[in-house]
Design a binder for this molecule. Structure first.
Ligand code: PLP
Length: 384
């Protein structure tokens, strides 16, 4: 059976060229990057070269890049570290952030260390910059944590404008850029942002590695204590294979950004158009236009009756891997926190599908998915 993978926001397939770069670091180049002998030095040099590559892609200095195990660790390090180091007593964020942000914020709140302003979001997942200003006017010197693009909706925030507001109120600004890293031309030197986070498996690199950008002059404690790796910011022996793979993958994405975006927007707009033609009543969750959304994510609410979660299940049976806007556990429905927060209907909470596109996808695959979806939706509606 053919399989179509449209779940690239969950994880992109690794680029074989990335694997090629990584391979010598598994068996051929032994040693520990912290050792001072030749074996160690070769690995240390590879890590520092990777750091320079990442920094160059982002308009940052190499000293501002810290490798981590991924996006979750980077988000936790930034949020917990900023609160601890600067004695911050207030956080401004939303409830539609990834759990890698909302959960550490909730833990800090439950421990009595911070109070939190949860900004409202509209039905597309947008925030109001005026509400952000009001929150910071009553709590200057806060930590603001607002993601660049939402992983379920694709809605993009204007982090340049948010950064300027943070500057005005002397707030520290953390942005989870996991869904835009490798997809967006960053110049961090021109943005007023103190922390950004990334995960290599979202830009065709390996799983289990990512990085945290910490703006020069900002000092936070490590999340993981132990050895002095990553200039005392992240203890534990580094994995040179993963780190060199990450840097190669990011560099390749940055070098091919324009062509990549053109292709991905082509896939997304084609899918939107075909869905509107074939499924009357279909709606989209979140922003969908260039400039207001990312090309990789399209959240779709098909016209549905009360059937529960069967679309995802049936699509999987015909070879299509996509995510839902909801998770089903042993018959109990735990709706997506993001869709719930934007006020999605019960039907959307049950049946939303997140299609997310990658460079390996084709228009022909999209057409196959549309035809299968049309069959499933017609069958479902006929049963009503
Ligand atoms: N932040 C966002 C927006 C994500 O989409 C993800 C992964 O799905 C993460 C953080 C977590 O990244 P990682 O899988 O590297 O821990």
């Amino acid at each position: 059976m053919r399989r179509v993978y449209l779940d690239n926001a969950a994880s992109t397939p690794m680029d074989p060229e990335v694997l090629e770069q990584m391979l010598p670091y598994f068996c051929e180049y032994g040693g520990n990057p912290s050792s001072t002998h030749a074996h160690g030095r070769r690995l240390r040099n590879a890590i520092e070269e990777a750091r320079r590559t990442v920094a160059q892609c982002l308009g940052a200095a190499p000293g501002e890049i810290y490798f981590t195990s991924g996006g979750t660790e980077a988000d936790n390090t930034a949020i917990c570290g900023a609160v601890q180091a600067y004695g911050l007593q207030h956080i401004v964020t939303t409830r539609i952030e990834h759990h890698a942000v909302t959960h550490p914020v909730e833990h800090l709140e439950a421990a009595g260390k911070v109070s939190v302003t949860w900004l409202g979001v509209d039905r597309h997942g947008n925030i109001s910059l005026d509400e952000l200003r009001e929150a910071l006017a009553s709590h200057p010197r806060s930590l603001v944590s607002l993601m660049h693009a939402n992983n379920e909706l694709g809605t993009l925030y204007d982090i340049a404008a948010i950064g300027e507001i943070c500057k005005q109120y002397d707030a520290l600004f953390h942005s989870d850029t996991v869904q835009t890293m490798g997809q967006f031309a960053f110049d961090l030197s021109a943005l007023h942002v103190h922390f950004v986070t990334a995960s290599a498996h979202k830009f065709y690199g390996p799983k289990g590695t990512g990085f945290l950008y910490i703006r020069k002059g900002v000092k936070i404690p490590p999340l993981i204590a132990g050895g002095g790796q990553e200039r005392n910011m992240r203890a534990g022996t580094e994995n040179p294979a993963l780190i060199t793979g990450l840097a190669f993958a990011l560099d390749k994405c940055c070098r091919t950004l324009e062509a990549k975006n053109e292709k991905l927007w082509g896939l997304k707009t084609h899918m939107m158009r075909r869905l509107q033609e074939t499924l009357p009543g279909v709606t989209f969750n979140g922003e969908t236009a260039p400039g207001r959304s990312i090309p990789t994510v399209l959240s779709v609410s098909p016209p549905c009756n009360d059937a529960d979660c069967m679309l995802l299940f049936n699509l999987d049976l015909v070879g299509i891997s996509v995510s839902g806007g909801s998770a089903c556990n042993a018959g109990a429905h735990i709706g997506s926190h993001v869709l719930r927060e934007i006020g999605a209907s019960d039907s959307t909470l049950r049946n939303a599908i997140r299609f997310s596109f990658g460079m390996q996808n084709t228009l022909e695959e999209i057409d196959y998915v549309i035809s299968q979806l049309q069959t499933q939706v017609s069958a479902m509606l006929a049963e009503a």
